[in-house]
Design a protein around this ligand. Structure first.
Ligand SMILES: Nc1ncnc2c1ncn2[C@@H]1O[C@H](COP(=O)(O)OP(=O)(O)OP(=O)(O)O)[C@@H](O)[C@H]1O
Ligand SMILES: [Mg+2]
Length: 341
């Protein structure tokens, strides 16, 4: 089954062609980062308008790259939520219009299920069951995954998502959006031990997260540096390293707890923050010590992309799931509401 996948939940227009027999044939992405940078974050209305401009050229490009023609497409998968409603509606209406024109089924895919399954596109995909850490711009969740659509939420953030905390911490130090890769870059030159930030909610049992206090600690430290006349690159690097270490250690502690609670030794990490090298190294060490395995997607498939939507959609479409021509998207959508395959 050849599936066209469309992703428009936030500030990336992603398009891909995934074939159930041949795997990923082509994928293309247009990132709106430059468009939103001046505002320090995503402007929803600008995001929606830009998706409209990019969608059809990207679909043509992906068909060309794959050497396919539109009549070969068997089904269309698009992101139906969670995300920015205006942005989601662009992908949904485009998918439904093309599905109607081409006489093929369409299916709305859950964006976080897309992230969760992205590591399945790699050479050594994880086997079910596993524990998944979803760490993105809008989510920090620990999920027990017994199969596609069999999700049990084990824990999540009470306030900021991990990626959001990276972005906000970067912004207050005057760094560019998105802040995660900027903080990671500066952290490489930071001196360890100059600053230490809290590991939130690690001193009590449970699998919930909270990153807003950590972000405030970094803000206070930065403001202290500035008022002492030290708003230097070095101060930024040292704060970036201390912040990253606190996030990484907190996530590692909670993943270890979640694996123990679920009685599992397989961990999948997904979402934009899973591209972070320090996080990968820390989790690999932890899983290595317990003789387990950690799985993640190639860096470009950690952040938003069309390939993960085409893949997730293909699994469900092959199982016979599809929907009517109604155009319906959801800003909020708990993953546990998804039907199993
Ligand atoms: N190397 C990195 N280290 C830390 N954070 C990173 C890195 N690369 C990307 N990020 C963060 O990942 C986030 C973007 O990831 P993603 O595209 O998965 O999120 P999103 O789609 O905005 O949110 P959601 O998927 O929850 O709707 C941003 O917050 C970004 O700063
Ligand atoms: Mg995302």
């Amino acid at each position: 089954m050849l599936v066209l996948g469309l992703e428009t939940s936030c500030d990336e227009t992603g398009v891909a062609l995934y074939d159930s027999e041949r795997g990923l044939l082509a994928d293309a992405l247009f990132s709106q980062i430059d468009l939103h940078r001046a505002y320090g974050g995503v402007v929803p209305e600008l995001a929606s308008r830009d998706h409209v401009k990019r969608m059809l050229p990207l679909i043509r490009q992906v068909l060309d790259d794959a050497g396919c023609v539109a009549t070969e497409i068997d089904a269309i998968a698009y992101t139906a939520g969670p995300g920015l409603v205006g942005a989601l509606l662009v992908g949904a209406s485009c998918a439904q219009a093309l599905a109607f024109a081409w006489g093929v089924p369409a299916l709305g895919v859950h964006h976080m299920e897309g992230h969760l399954l992205a590591p399945m596109l790699e050479k050594t995909p994880p086997q079910f069951p596993f524990v998944a850490l979803l760490v993105s711009g809008g989510h920090t969740q620990l999920v027990q995954v017994d199969g596609i659509g069999q999700y049990t939420l084990l824990g999540e953030s009470l306030d900021d998502a991990a990626g959001e905390a990276f972005d906000k911490t970067a912004k207050m130090m005057g760094l560019n959006y998105p802040g995660g890769p900027e903080i990671a870059r500066l952290a490489e030159r930071g001196v360890a031990g100059r600053y230490t930030f809290p590991r939130p909610m690690c001193d009590r049992p449970g699998l919930m997260f909270s990153f807003s206090g950590l972000k405030t600690s970094a803000l206070n430290t930065w403001q202290h540096c500035v008022s002492a006349g030290d708003d230097s690159e070095k101060a930024r690097c040292d704060i970036a390293l201390a912040f990253q270490q606190a996030v990484v250690e907190t996530l590692t502690i909670k993943c270890k707890r979640a694996l123990k609670q679920a009685g599992m030794k397989r961990l999948v990490i997904a979402g934009g923050v899973s591209a972070n090298k320090a996080l990968r190294a820390s989790l690999e060490k932890m899983l290595g010590d317990m003789k387990g395995d950690v799985f993640y997607a190639r860096p470009e498939f950690c952040t938003d992309n069309g390939a993960m939507i085409a893949y997730a959609g293909c699994q469900r479409l092959q199982a016979g799931q599809h929907e009517s021509l109604a155009i319906s998207v959801q800003a909020r959508w708990p993953m546990e509401q998804l039907p199993p395959l």
